[in-house]
Design a protein. Structure first.
Length: 264
C-alpha cells in the first residue's frame, strides 16, 4: 500500500474516531485503539506488536487533541488546580509504570485486558450509571495514589483517563464541570509520559513496520490528529440532534461489540 493511501486511510480513521468521540462525549482512545489494531492488521503488522503500537499511537494523539480540550477548560476556569497538582506525580509515575507493564504483556493478553475493560465501560453506560457525587476530603498521599492508578490503567489501554478520573473527582466533591475540566488536564501528563515511554520501550523492536518510532506510528498519528479535531466538533453538533438515551445505548452497543471482538 502506498504512503498516500495509508495517510488517506488514517485521515478517515481520525475523522470517524473524532466524530464518535464528539458524538458520545467520551475520549477517542476507546475508538482509536481498536480501529488502529484493525488498520495495522490490514497493513500486515504482526499481532505480537500491533496492540502495543495501537496503544502507544493513541496516547500520542491524545497529547495533541487533549491539549485543545484542556486549554478550553482552563480558560473557563473549570480546572481545580490544587487537585490537579495533587494527582500529577501519581499520574506521571503511573503512566510510566503502566507502559512498562504493557511491554511485559503479550499482544494477545493486552488485547484481552483491553476487551474486558471496554466491556465494563459499555455495561456502565448501558445501565446509565453516572459518577456518584460525594464529599471525600483525601490528603495528598491518597490523591497521589489515585493518580497512579488512573495513570497506570489509562496508559495501559491508551486512553486519556476520563473514564476513571471523572468518577473519582466527583466523589471528592467536584461539580461535573470541574470534574470534566480537571480530568482533561489530567489526560495530558498521562498521554505525554505514556507516549514517550512507549517510544522508549519499543525502541529497536525489529518487528515494527516502517514509519514507527518505538511503539508510536507517526503516519497514523499525523492522519488522526489532522482529522479528529474538526470532526469532533461535528460529532458534538450531531449529539444535540439525537436523544441522549439513544446515544448512550448506541455507544454502549458499539463498545460491547468492540470488547467482544478482542475477547473472542
Amino acid at each position: 500500500m502506498s504512503g498516500g493511501a495509508l495517510l488517506l486511510g488514517y485521515l478517515l480513521l481520525g475523522g470517524v474516531a473524532g466524530t464518535l468521540a464528539g458524538l458520545f462525549g467520551i475520549g477517542g482512545g476507546l475508538v482509536i485503539v481498536p480501529a488502529l489494531v484493525m488498520a495495522f492488521g490490514l497493513q500486515g503488522v504482526i499481532p505480537e506488536v500491533s496492540m502495543h503500537l495501537a496503544v502507544g499511537t493513541s496516547l500520542a494523539t491524545i497529547v495533541v487533541t487533549g491539549a485543545s480540550s484542556a486549554w478550553g477548560h482552563y480558560r473557563r476556569g473549570s480546572i481545580h488546580r490544587d487537585w490537579f497538582l495533587a494527582l500529577l506525580p501519581g499520574l506521571m509515575l503511573g503512566a510510566i509504570a503502566g507502559v512498562f507493564v504493557a511491554g511485559r504483556l503479550s499482544g494477545g493478553l493486552l488485547g484481552l485486558l483491553f476487551g474486558g475493560f471496554v466491556l465494563l465501560v459499555a455495561a456502565r453506560m448501558a445501565l446509565g450509571r453516572g459518577p456518584r457525587s460525594g464529599d471525600l476530603q483525601p490528603g495528598r498521599g491518597v490523591m497521589g495514589l489515585a493518580g497512579a492508578v488512573i495513570g497506570g490503567v489509562s496508559a495501559l489501554f491508551g486512553i486519556g483517563g476520563g473514564t476513571l478520573s471523572v468518577p473519582w473527582l466527583t466523589r471528592c466533591g467536584a461539580s461535573m464541570t470541574q470534574a470534566v475540566g480537571t480530568s482533561s488536564a489530567c489526560g495530558l501528563p498521562i498521554a505525554l509520559f505514556g507516549a514517550l515511554t512507549f517510544i522508549v520501550v519499543g525502541w529497536g523492536e525489529p518487528r515494527l513496520p516502517s514509519g514507527a518510532l518505538g511503539y508510536v506510528m507517526w503516519p497514523a498519528f499525523l492522519g488522526i490528529v489532522l482529522a479528529s479535531v474538526p470532526c469532533a466538533r461535528l460529532g458534538v453538533r450531531l449529539a444535540h440532534w439525537l436523544p441522549a438515551q439513544v446515544l448512550r445505548l448506541a455507544f454502549a452497543a458499539l463498545l460491547a461489540g468492540v470488547g467482544l471482538t478482542f475477547l473472542i
